[in-house]
Design a protein around this ligand. Structure first.
Ligand code: FMN
Length: 193
C-alpha cells in the first residue's frame, strides 16, 4: 500500500521520534511505499488564513494553498498518525494540517447540508500516540484524540476502514520497560497493517 505517515513532534530526540522511526521502519520492512510527512521538519504552516476561510467552500480553488499536501493525501491508501497528546487534543501543527488539508471536496463533501466522507481511497488508519495521563484520567476527560481518530477519521475514510489506535498512556510514570514494550507493540502491529 501507499501509506501517508503524518508525524508531529518538535524534538528529534524524543520518545515520539523513536515511535516515528519504528513506524516508518516497520511499514517499509513490510513492503509498503511510505510517504513520510514530518510536519515540523517540513515547516508546515498550521494557520488557516482569512483568505482560506473565505474560499473554504469554493471547490475550484480551495486546495490551491496546500495543493502539494492534498496530492499526497489523495495518493494514500492508508494513513498513519504519530503524535503526542497535548491538552487532550492534537498538537497545533497536526490540527492545523487537518483544518487546512481536510477540505470540502478533499476529505468530505456536502450533499443537502450533510457531510459525506470522500477519502474512500484510504482503507486503513493507524494512530501511534502517547499521553502523560493514565487511561482512566483520559477516559474521564472524554479522551478527545481517541474519539477524533476512531470516529471522525473513520467517517471520512472508506466505510470499511479499520482504525488501529495504539497509545502509551501514563507517560508521566513510564519506565524503560513500558517504553520498550510499547515500541515493540507498535512494530508488531504496523508490520501487519
Ligand atoms: C504542551 C503539552 C501539553 C500536554 N497536555 C497533555 C494532556 O492534556 N493530557 C495528557 O495526557 N498529556 C499531556 N501532555 C503530556 C504529553 O502527552 C507527554 O509529554 C508525551 O506524550 C510524552 O511523549 P514525548 O516524550 O515523546 O514528548 C502534554 C505535554 C505537553 C508538552
Amino acid at each position: 500500500m501507499r501509506i501517508l505517515v503524518l508525524y508531529c513532534h518538535p524534538n528529534p530526540e524524543s520518545y515520539g521520534a523513536a515511535l516515528h522511526r519504528a513506524t516508518v521502519e516497520s511499514l517499509e520492512a513490510a513492503g509498503h511505499d511510505v510517504d513520510d510527512c514530518d510536519l515540523y521538519a517540513e515547516g508546515f504552516d498550521p494557520v488557516l488564513s482569512r483568505q482560506e476561510r473565505l474560499g473554504y467552500h469554493d471547490l475550484a480553488t480551495n486546495t490551491a494553498p496546500v495543493q502539494a499536501h492534498v496530492d499526497r493525501l489523495k495518493a494514500a491508501e492508508a494513513l498513519v498518525l504519530v503524535f503526542p497528546v497535548w491538552n487532550f487534543g492534537l498538537p497545533a501543527l497536526l490540527k492545523g494540517y487537518l483544518d487546512r488539508v481536510f477540505l470540502p471536496g478533499v476529505s468530505f463533501g456536502l450533499v443537502d447540508g450533510r457531510t459525506q466522507g470522500l477519502l474512500s481511497h484510504i482503507r486503513k488508519v493507524a494512530v501511534v500516540t502517547t499521553y502523560g495521563a493514565t487511561r482512566w484520567r483520559a477516559f474521564l476527560m472524554g479522551d478527545p484524540p481517541r474519539r477524533y481518530c476512531t470516529r471522525v477519521l473513520r467517517a471520512v475514510t472508506r466505510f470499511t476502514a479499520s482504525v488501529t489506535y495504539l497509545a502509551h498512556y501514563d507517560m508521566n510514570r513510564a519506565t524503560d520497560e513500558t517504553r520498550a514494550a510499547f515500541l515493540e507493540r507498535v512494530r508488531s502491529r504496523l508490520s501487519a497493517l
